[in-house]
Write a protein that binds this ligand. Structure first.
Ligand code: COA
Length: 163
């Protein structure tokens, strides 16, 4: 079954929050407690905040927020924030059972097409050092570790020489 990728709309907000919650509980199961994850989702994934970001993405402002869909069910999402010619990957989560099937790669490639159109030359991200699934995914997709910030690796991918 082929995956469809499109910009998220306001009606996708609840599905996005549920995917984030299930992905966090899977990938960070040995890193954060359930209570911490629940409070993080409540605070950082509040509906108001996400609706605002969906609208900023729909209006082609500083947010790129894409979802992957099988039939009409959301399987994952990627979110980036752009500022001048740079981007930061803010959130990237798939349903645990939908990982390892190439969906993440397709989402990243689609986001990269949009970044290219916007003239983005560099994308950075923060990833927990113990999140081997994501760190290996990013390395396979052209990101390099540039720094360490607390528990996180700071990774970066360049799309053009900056000069
Ligand atoms: C990171 C993520 C978005 C990548 O998307 P994906 O569709 O799973 O990745 P792809 O299938 O395109 O790429 C496969 C590669 O990713 C990594 N990977 C993806 N899923 C994996 C899994 N379940 N177990 C181990 N490695 C995995 C491996 O490096 C794999 O390469 P391999 O096939 O040679 O083993 C997805 O795995 C995910 O949602 N992970 C949990 C949430 C997360 O960690 N997000 C990043 C936060 S910074």
């Amino acid at each position: 079954m082929s995956e469809m990728i499109k910009k998220l709309t306001v009606k996708d907000v609840d599905a996005l929050i549920e995917i984030a919650r299930s992905s966090w509980k899977w990938i960070y199961r040995n890193i954060y407690s359930n209570e911490f994850i629940e409070s993080w989702i409540r605070e950082k994934y509040s509906k108001d905040k996400l609706l605002n970001e969906i609208i900023r993405s729909q209006s082609d402002l500083d947010i790129i927020l894409l979802g992957s869909f099988a039939e009409s069910t959301m399987t994952g999402f990627i979110e980036l924030k752009t500022s001048a010619n740079k981007a930061e990957l803010l959130r990237f989560y798939l349903k645990p059972e939908c990982t390892h099937k190439g969906i993440g790669k397709s989402l990243l490639l689609e986001a990269e097409k949009i970044m290219k159109k916007k003239g983005i030359v560099e994308c950075s991200l923060y990833v927990h050092q113990q999140n081997n699934v994501a760190v290996s995914f990013y390395k396979k997709n052209g990101f390099e570790v540039k720094d360490i910030d607390g528990d996180d690796f700071v990774m970066e991918k360049k799309y053009k020489d900056l000069q």
